[in-house]
Design a protein around this ligand. Sequence first.
Ligand code: TRP
Length: 420
Amino acid sequence: MARGRFNSKFAAVMAMAGSAVGLGNIWRFPYMVGEHGGAAFIIVYIACCLLVSLPIFFAESIIGKSTRTDTFGALETLAPKGRHVGYIAILASFIILSFYSVVGGWSFNYLIRSLGASFDGLGISEAKEVFASVGSSPVESVSCMLVFLGLTAMIVVAGVDKGIGRFSKISIPVLFVMVVIIAGVSLSLPGAEKGVEYLVRPDFGKLDGPAIAAALGQSFFSLSLGVGCILTYSSYMKEEDSVLQAGGWTALFDTLFAIIAGFAIMPAVFAAGIEPAAGPSLVFETLPVIFSRMGVVLPIIFFLAILIAALSSSISMLEVVVAWMVDRKGIARKYAVLIVFAAAAVLGGICATIPSVFGACDFISSNVLMMIGALGFALIVGWKMPREEVLSLVRSPFIYRLIRYVTPIMIIAIAVTNLL
Ligand code: TRP
């Protein structure tokens, strides 16, 4: 059966950027920057991207592009003894898809609420009550999760180029424009300077070990590494498209997006005189209140942006599992999507109703499974594949050495720091 393929370099890069740009950029990065020393943290973050995460990205991309198959099949071809790492990566993708869909469902829920102008005149404590009721109502959170997962499945079932590629080519540029608009409004508010200061004032004194580990972990999650998303998408790249360019553009876009998201969020938070937070409480409690003070349109743009960012990431997780079923098991794409949809609906439903399961899924996938996957990919490219083959794809002995020596050590270092 003919495999799917992205029909243009633009589609491939937008799909990878879509996978990378997600909730991680919006709800974790801005807060981390403020907590860990502003511009000083941004410099360390960029260094981590260039020296560790981007080489792992290249490693995944090299594996995908040279084997042209799914995550498990690729590892079976290159390193038969390490093929089980392929299962770990696919499992991680599936688990992340399940709990990510719960948050995607909240975004959908909040988009509908903002279309009904339901945050108009709301205070922070009322917003907290709204979020608590959304989270604690099984019917509401499960049904919204199913809608989000259903949208994800609809895009993936349409195929690699016609579904994922087309969705990404349109939605990622639109997403970028939306965040720039929000940043423009946010920066024009009286008192916005304090938010800008929070993001940029360099404080090198805050760059301790945990700050550096946080930067590394964040750059990993943000570039969707270790679970086969980049590997699978790269297996659909055109022969003449370069692995180096795709990775470079994706990392640039992802970092730029994270920084602009910071300028969209923090100036508004400070202008409202609120203490910044991270995670769900920032996106679903603080921001709806602040943005709805600026009219009914801004919350709509904001939640639509979050929904698109989440969808363009969730399709990459679903595609990892679907590609394995299509390439290895010979299952037709539409049935593969249906099977994974049903399975993720079950785990997502459990995550939506039992917070401790949600937390456990997040912890195991980001701290254990992703790390095993990333280490496996780096070791295979650095030590198992012929040097000439790797160099023919990355054309730089320096990058080859980073993949071979630096990344495995750094992956083990973050894994140990995170688990301690
Ligand atoms: N990178 C996305 C974000 O920042 C999330 C994501 C997509 C992801 N695919 C992934 C995270 C694979 C880890 C692994 O939100």
